[in-house]
Design a protein around this ligand. Structure first.
Ligand code: PRP
Length: 175
């Protein structure tokens, strides 16, 4: 395994620029409306904090935490919510904010669950998209960067709960 932080896939300055672009697009798309941002813990916390400060529309924030069942979750897409949002989303404009979409199982299942609560609209904004890894079809409405199938950490993403604090997206592993 190489040294974490040595290979930067996406540098802090590029991240900042892209987050501003995403926030501009979202602010235009939702002009005159009010958003509820739902961040998926833990990975989304850094991206969500940066994104929300660049938006030019009024918004509320809330968070959901999903229980992890390891390989069971990966193979079936079943999710259990271990910490639910505390806001009613019925009739509201909702934007789910996530750090990465990989197999698509997490987000496709969560979106289905949230849609049952009758939001006025529900879209998804992901910072990273690893399209090569999809097991179920899933397209986010807003994507920061499409990345290859490499193990990345930083900017909220972890390896065994480490490295979430890194300001860049870095590659770890033998690549
Ligand atoms: C990561 C990421 C997504 C999910 C994406 O979460 O934050 O929630 O995996 O994978 P999928 O598209 O294959 O479902 P993780 O379980 O690592 O938890 P964390 O956010 O607490 O790091």
């Amino acid at each position: 395994m190489n040294e974490v932080g040595k290979e930067i896939l996406i540098a802090k300055t590029d991240i900042e620029k892209r987050v501003r672009e995403l926030a501009d697009t979202i602010s235009r798309d939702y002009e005159g409306r009010e958003l509820i941002l739902i961040g998926i813990l833990k990975g989304a916390f850094v991206f969500m904090a940066d994104l929300v400060r660049q938006l030019r529309i009024p918004c509320q924030v809330d968070f959901v935490r999903l229980a992890s069942y390891g390989t069971v979750t990966v193979s079936t897409g079943n999710i259990a919510i271990s910490k639910d949002i505390e806001t009613s989303i019925e009739g509201r404009d909702v934007l789910v904010v996530e750090d990465i979409v990989d197999t698509g199982l997490t987000l496709s299942a969560l979106v289905e669950r949230l849609k049952k609560r009758d939001p006025h609209s529900l879209k998804v904004c992901v910072f990273l998209d690893k399209k090569d890894r999809r097991k179920v079809p899933f397209e986010a409405e807003y994507v920061g960067f499409n990345i290859p199938d490499r193990f990345v950490v930083g900017y909220g993403l972890d390896f065994n709960e480490m490295y979430r604090f890194l300001p860049d997206i870095c590659v770890i592993g033998e690549n």
